[in-house]
Design a protein around this ligand. Structure first.
Ligand code: NAP
Length: 170
């Protein structure tokens, strides 16, 4: 029996080689794992989240091009963040911030009001700032909540916000 050697298996081209991927919410959860996969596919990463220590740790682990710790619902800071990005980027993913949960009896309407405004306008703000930077045919991706789930005696703002955001984006 003979063993044939020499022909190396064909390696697929990294799908995101040379592309810049921005992840707002890139230090944990879905954003982090997406960033990790994008990096493995050759992307240059720009990561954002609020906690600077956690973000810095992840940014060095993934050899990110750039990382910025800020609250994405601070829209002046968000504008500055986009202003400081490279002149062209390829993909933007927004995962954080998540929805606000509370038992109805303890529901804080003032906090919910601030959350509604922040969550509803965040995708619109991101889309506006990204419009002149994202290359044609690339991606703006916003992570929604799970409005179909049932929460016993808990109220969440995300269902209403997500429905409103989807309607306003149409
Ligand atoms: N559609 C679905 O099936 C589904 C399933 C699971 C989750 N989700 C939704 O997806 C989103 C992300 O889930 P996850 O599990 O990845 O959450 P996670 O593990 O808590 O990660 C959230 C990320 O966003 C950052 N973040 C949170 N608030 C932020 C803010 N105001 N400004 C900037 N960055 C912020 C967090 O870092 P810092 O805390 O340091 O800011 C973290 O990096 C949530 O909205 C969740 O409801 C949807």
């Amino acid at each position: 029996m003979s063993i044939v050697t020499g022909a190396s298996p064909i390696q697929p081209e990294p799908q995101l080689a040379g592309q810049t991927v921005v992840v707002i919410g890139g230090s944990a959860g879905i954003g982090l794992e997406t960033a990790r996969l994008a990096r493995a596919e050759g992307a240059k990463l720009v990561l954002a989240a609020r906690n600077p220590e956690r973000l810095q740790y992840v940014a060095s682990e993934l050899a990110a091009l750039h990382s910025v710790a800020f609250d994405a619902t601070d829209f002046e800071r968000l504008a500055q963040f986009f202003g400081e990005l490279p002149s062209t980027i390829d993909h933007v993913l927004v995962t954080g911030p998540g929805p606000c949960y509370a038992p109805l009896a303890e529901f804080d309407f003032q906090k919910a009001r601030r959350d509604v405004e922040a969550h509803l306008f965040l995708p619109l703000q991101v889309a506006r700032h990204a419009a002149n930077k994202v290359r044609p045919g690339r991606t703006l991706l916003f992570m929604g909540g799970t409005p179909g789930r049932r929460y016993f005696m808990k109220f969440r703002t995300s269902c209403a916000i997500w429905s409103a955001a989807v309607s306003s984006a149409k």
